[in-house]
Design a protein around this ligand. Sequence first.
Ligand SMILES: *[C@@H]1O[C@H](CO)[C@@H](O)[C@H](O)[C@H]1NC(C)=O
Ligand SMILES: *[C@@H]1O[C@H](CO)[C@@H](O)[C@H](O)[C@H]1NC(C)=O
Ligand SMILES: *[C@@H]1O[C@H](CO)[C@@H](O)[C@H](O)[C@H]1NC(C)=O
Ligand SMILES: *[C@@H]1O[C@H](CO)[C@@H](O)[C@H](O)[C@H]1NC(C)=O
Ligand SMILES: *[C@@H]1O[C@H](CO)[C@@H](O)[C@H](O)[C@H]1NC(C)=O
Ligand SMILES: *[C@@H]1O[C@H](CO)[C@@H](O)[C@H](O)[C@H]1NC(C)=O
Ligand SMILES: *[C@@H]1O[C@H](CO)[C@@H](O)[C@H](O)[C@H]1NC(C)=O
Ligand SMILES: *[C@@H]1O[C@H](CO)[C@@H](O)[C@H](O)[C@H]1NC(C)=O
Ligand SMILES: *[C@@H]1O[C@H](CO)[C@@H](O)[C@H](O)[C@H]1NC(C)=O
Length: 449
Amino acid sequence: MGFLSRFTTLLLLLSLLSAATIFTSTEAYDPLDPTGNITVKWDIMSWTPDGYMAVVTLYNFQQYRHIQAPGWSLGWTWRKREVIWDVVGGQTTEQGDCSKFKGNIPHCCKKKPTVVDLLPGTPYNKQVANCCKGGVLSSWAQDPSAAAASFQLSVGQAGTTNKTVRLPVNFTLQAPGPGYTCGPAKVVKPSRFTTADKRRVTQALMTWNVTCTYSQFLAQKTPTCCVSLSSFYNNTIVPCPTCSCGCKSNTTLSGSCVDPEKPHLASVVPNPGKNGLAVPPAVQCTHHMCPIRVHWHVKLNYKQYWRVKITITNFNYAMNYSQWNLVAQHPNFDNLTQIFSFNAKSLNPYASINDTMIMWGVKFYNDLLMQAGPTGNVQSELLFQKETESFTFEKGWAFPRRIYFNGDNCVMPPPDAYPWLPNASSRHIMSPLLLVTAVALSALAFLLQ
Ligand SMILES: *[C@@H]1O[C@H](CO)[C@@H](O)[C@H](O)[C@H]1NC(C)=O
Ligand SMILES: *[C@@H]1O[C@H](CO)[C@@H](O)[C@H](O)[C@H]1NC(C)=O
Ligand SMILES: *[C@@H]1O[C@H](CO)[C@@H](O)[C@H](O)[C@H]1NC(C)=O
Ligand SMILES: *[C@@H]1O[C@H](CO)[C@@H](O)[C@H](O)[C@H]1NC(C)=O
Ligand SMILES: *[C@@H]1O[C@H](CO)[C@@H](O)[C@H](O)[C@H]1NC(C)=O
Ligand SMILES: *[C@@H]1O[C@H](CO)[C@@H](O)[C@H](O)[C@H]1NC(C)=O
Ligand SMILES: *[C@@H]1O[C@H](CO)[C@@H](O)[C@H](O)[C@H]1NC(C)=O
Ligand SMILES: *[C@@H]1O[C@H](CO)[C@@H](O)[C@H](O)[C@H]1NC(C)=O
Ligand SMILES: *[C@@H]1O[C@H](CO)[C@@H](O)[C@H](O)[C@H]1NC(C)=O
């Protein structure tokens, strides 16, 4: 084999490896929620003299990604000269140029309208079922009954039969920031509706669906949380990796983050963090600069059980996290016996493996994670029954494999820094970095042979 082709092989190998290690959390496909998506369904309920009346419904089918205030906004592009006569249970953000109309003025004449939800407390005559929640949607695992939103559209200057109607294109979804990509509208089987007394079924005249998926990479987010670890068997506390979510800049100490001694000085000047992206300026100054830290403490060891304490701390002075959720992966979740003061539900992407849990706060007790400060934390304890075949305190087995907060992957300490058992000192676990280096070295040896 020539030097060049060997070199190409090496490059290919290295790029594959780095792609595998760096981009696992950034692509649209999420191994913990493989079918997670937001589906937008348009049901045409009636044809009108110049168009149609449709009910548009957003379903958040994502297991653990909810939509927080200020909520979703849905946009699209009309294919012809369609206008929106009226919206109930929502509104367009701009009316656009309706100067061609006399008498009856449309609600919106824009080629690319954007619809947002109405606020709670909207008058009843402006409401439809599932509307008016300020654009907030629960995740599917937390509360499927609060994971849908609807509004009703009267469209004019449009097709008036299922042959002449033109499906809108280029759907966009902000929820509330970027990160979602929507596919094309697809005509599907008309939706069926059961009346309240369950004695009659009606159906839409025509239905189309749009599927939108999330990617952390598109959202261009720096990490927003990190994980720290400790255990009863080793008094070292393994902190969040330094600069997990950004670096505390030395030159502009005041202004780039908030001194916990002077929280009232929370500044509004954004500062460039890691990768040149802005770190929220209201985050408390720490070595990790994350708005959220999740601490996993292995607390007690009983004969048949062991106990973990989880603490989520908010370092963000500008944010109360409502309906927060935490996803954790650990092999012993199969035998979780009890969880205190959090709700928990198994996420079961692959039927045979039951190692991932979503946890969230108890309503009116700790479902609101308060802004940074003395009350800015929530905590819970988990009791596991030991799975005799695999249970061990060695090799960091008792620590979580992954943690997500509100759907974003948290930065973990490297496995070789995990607290050791007192006399297991020489048993290192190979870190991904060491693994890459090892493979690179063997590839280099192959190259130079
Ligand atoms: C969207 O999510 C639903 C519910 O999980 C699933 O049935 C559907 O297949 C998903 N759609 C796509 C395109 O993945
Ligand atoms: C359109 O309507 C006709 C009946 O008027 C029906 O047979 C046909 O299936 C409909 N097509 C679609 C795409 O809904
Ligand atoms: C939809 O978006 C694509 C790609 O951005 C663009 O080429 C196309 O012209 C857009 N369609 C309309 C009707 O604006
Ligand atoms: C369209 O969306 C609705 C609501 O999410 C869903 O029940 C239906 O199965 C979807 N149809 C297709 C073909 O994906
Ligand atoms: C910031 O200061 C610390 C010590 O105060 C130093 O170790 C570090 O290298 C400095 N970082 C930069 C980017 O100057
Ligand atoms: C968080 O909630 C508390 C109590 O409801 C409120 O006083 C505070 O202003 C809120 N903080 C933010 C940043 O919204
Ligand atoms: C742990 O869970 C697995 C799978 O659910 C089960 O087969 C096993 O019996 C459980 N072990 C104990 C000790 O409960
Ligand atoms: C997964 O684990 C949870 C918690 O122990 C349990 O409630 C659930 O039944 C398990 N599911 C399966 C399919 O084993
Ligand atoms: C505790 O774990 C750390 C690694 O995080 C290790 O350096 C230290 O030696 C351990 N302490 C004991 C007493 O084994």
